[in-house]
Design a protein around this ligand. Structure first.
Ligand SMILES: *[C@@H]1O[C@H](CO)[C@@H](O)[C@H](O)[C@H]1NC(C)=O
Ligand SMILES: *[C@@H]1O[C@H](CO)[C@@H](O)[C@H](O)[C@H]1NC(C)=O
Length: 287
C-alpha cells in the first residue's frame, strides 16, 4: 500500500513536469512564431527595409522618369515603412495651431500647453507661417537636412547641397568659409536659445530662423528676439544664449512641437513620463 502511494506520487510529479514542460515549450514556440510573424518592430517600423514598394504603390505614385515629380510618393513610402505615420502636420505653428489637438496637452518640448498666450502674440507679429512664396508654390520640393559632423570637410559637396530646394541647418553649423564643402544656401536654421549662433556676422542673410522650443523659457526668449529687446536676464538657461538674432520678425518661425512629440514617443520610443521631460535625458537638447 505504501509502495503504491509512492508510485502515484512519482507518477503525478512526472505528469505535472511533463505538462509543465509542454506548456512552457509551446508558449515559447508560439512566442517565437509570433515574433517571427510580426513584420514591424516595437516602434512600428517595417523590419525589412529593402526599399521595395508594393506594386499598387509603385503604380500609383512611381513616375519612373528621371527627375520626375512624384506627388504623394514620399508619404506613401513612409506609410509603407511606418503605418503610424501621420503626414497631416504643418511644419510651423500657424494661426490654426490650437485646432491641432495633439500638441495642446503637453508642455514644451512636446506641446504648447500653458504657452498659448505668448505663442498667439508671437504669431500675430511674425505673420508668416510658410517657407516663403517662392518655395510654397513648388509642388514637389527636394530637401536636405545637414548634420553638424565634420564628415563633410574636403568633400566638395557644396554645389550638390545647394541644388536642393530646401536646405535645413541646425544650431551653429558654420557656412561662411566652408561653402565649397557645405554649400551656401540655408533655407531654415532650426535652433533654440542655447544653440543659436551668437556672433551676428555668422548669420546668413537669407534664411528662416526657426525656434525649436525645449522649455517655456524659450518662447519668452523668442519674444525678446522678435521685438529686438535687449535680453539682460538669462536665468533659467543652462548656458549662455544668443542675445540678438539679426532676422526680421517675418523671417522667424516656431517649429511645430508635434514633430518632437512624434520623434520622442513614437520613433525613439522615449519613456512617456506623463509628457514631462525627464531630467538629464533630453535635457540638453540636440547638440
Ligand atoms: C512623369 O514625369 C514626367 C517628367 O516630369 C512627365 O512628363 C510625365 O507626364 C509624368 N507621367 C505621369 C504618368 O505622371
Ligand atoms: C582638407 O584639405 C586641406 C588641403 O588639402 C588639408 O590641409 C586638410 O588637412 C584637409 N582636412 C581634413 C580634415 O582632411
Amino acid at each position: 500500500m505504501r509502495m503504491k502511494l509512492w508510485l502515484y506520487l512519482i507518477l503525478s510529479v512526472c505528469f505535472m513536469l511533463a505538462v509543465g514542460f509542454l506548456y512552457y515549450s509551446s508558449w515559447r514556440i508560439s512566442l517565437r512564431v509570433w515574433v517571427h510573424k510580426s513584420l514591424y518592430d516595437e516602434q512600428g517600423f517595417l523590419l525589412k527595409l529593402d526599399g521595395t514598394l508594393s506594386l499598387e504603390l509603385t503604380y500609383k505614385y512611381g513616375n519612373l522618369s528621371k527627375g520626375a515629380c512624384k506627388p504623394g510618393f514620399a508619404a506613401a513610402k513612409m506609410t509603407a515603412i511606418y503605418p503610424k505615420f501621420n503626414k497631416l502636420a504643418p511644419v510651423f505653428l500657424d494661426l490654426n495651431y490650437k485646432r491641432f489637438a495633439k500638441i495642446g496637452d503637453y508642455p514644451p518640448p512636446f506641446g504648447v500647453k500653458s504657452q498659448e498666450r505668448i505663442i498667439d502674440h508671437l504669431l500675430s507679429v511674425t505673420k508668416n507661417y510658410g517657407l516663403g512664396e517662392n518655395l510654397d508654390i513648388i509642388s514637389c520640393k527636394t530637401c536636405i537636412i545637414m548634420g553638424n559632423g565634420g564628415i563633410l570637410i574636403n568633400k566638395s559637396l557644396g554645389q550638390q547641397i545647394d541644388g536642393f530646394d530646401v536646405v535645413v541647418r541646425l544650431n551653429q553649423a558654420p557656412v561662411k568659409g566652408y561653402e565649397k564643402d557645405v554649400g551656401s544656401k540655408t533655407t531654415l536654421r532650426i535652433t533654440y536659445p542655447e544653440g543659436a549662433i551668437q556672433k551676428i556676422d555668422q548669420y546668413e542673410d537669407q534664411s528662416l530662423f526657426v525656434l525649436s522650443a525645449f522649455k517655456a523659457q524659450d518662447f519668452k526668449w523668442l519674444r525678446y528676439m522678435v521685438f529686438k529687446q535687449g535680453l539682460h536676464n538669462t536665468n533659467g538657461f543652462w548656458k549662455s544664449v544668443a542675445r540678438h538674432v539679426p532676422r526680421e520678425a517675418s523671417d522667424m518661425r516656431i517649429l511645430n512641437p508635434y514633430f518632437i512629440q512624434e520623434a520622442s514617443f513614437q520613433l525613439i520610443g522615449f519613456p512617456h513620463n506623463n509628457g514631462q521631460m525627464g531630467k538629464g535625458v533630453l535635457g540638453g537638447g540636440p547638440a
